[in-house]
Design a binder for this molecule. Structure first.
Ligand code: FE
Length: 206
């Protein structure tokens, strides 16, 4: 084994912040076993294979995503790194018995930017439902203002956009086993019952 291989720190699949059955019935243990155990794991494993012996081998995940975001030559590394990062962020965006009232400062910011908490949730839902094909919907902070974004495939505002506060995965693998084609039912149930507004508020506070 050469020195580089000894020193190299692989990107690690983070633990799920809840038990695989804890989000049911909104997201089943079956969906999570595939989504986390197969899809997320595969992004991490593939990324580790792609970066062996490259300038990215010892980089933190966030830096890999930012460095490769605009590089056509590194699209495979970007896609797997961004998906690894987005999924870790998505798990933290969810919690059992979530939804409800956001912490006061975040709620005030939502009201200031969207008119009401309900209007903010509706815009998040609309972005998630209307993203054509695979992608992500985001609550982001742009200066003083909160905004809703949607991104295709692996694209992430973390790389080159406003600061992400919360995300919803709208790839079919996130909901198809539980909801088939009814993405709108998955999205609205997630927002009302699983959204981790405390996590969004922590990001907002930084
Ligand atoms: Fe996913």
């Amino acid at each position: 084994m050469n020195t580089a291989a000894v020193l190299s720190q692989p990107i690690v699949l983070p633990s799920l912040p809840f038990d695989q059955g804890a989000l049911a019935p909104v997201i089943s243990a079956n969906t999570l076993s595939f989504h986390y155990g197969k899809h997320h794991k595969t992004y991490v494993d593939t990324l580790n294979k792609l970066i062996v012996g490259t300038e990215f081998a010892d980089m933190p995940l966030e830096k890999i995503v930012k460095t490769t975001s605009q590089s056509a030559d590194h699209s495979a590394i970007f896609n797997n790194a961004a998906q690894a990062w987005n999924h870790a962020f998505y798990w933290k965006s969810l919690k059992p018995k979530g939804g409800g009232e956001p912490p006061a400062a975040l709620k005030r910011a939502m009201e200031a930017s969207f008119g009401s908490l309900d209007a903010c949730k509706k815009e998040l839902s609309k972005a998630a439902v209307s993203q054509f094909g695979s992608g992500w919907a985001w609550l982001v902070q742009d200066g003083e203002k909160l905004k809703i974004l949607k991104t295709p495939d692996a694209r992430t505002p973390m790389a080159d956009g406003p600061k992400p506060l919360l995300t919803i995965d709208v790839w079919e693998h996130a909901y198809y086993l539980d909801y088939q084609n009814r993405r709108v039912d998955y999205v609205n149930a997630l927002i009302e019952k699983l959204a981790n507004w405390e996590f969004a508020a922590q990001n907002f506070g930084q």
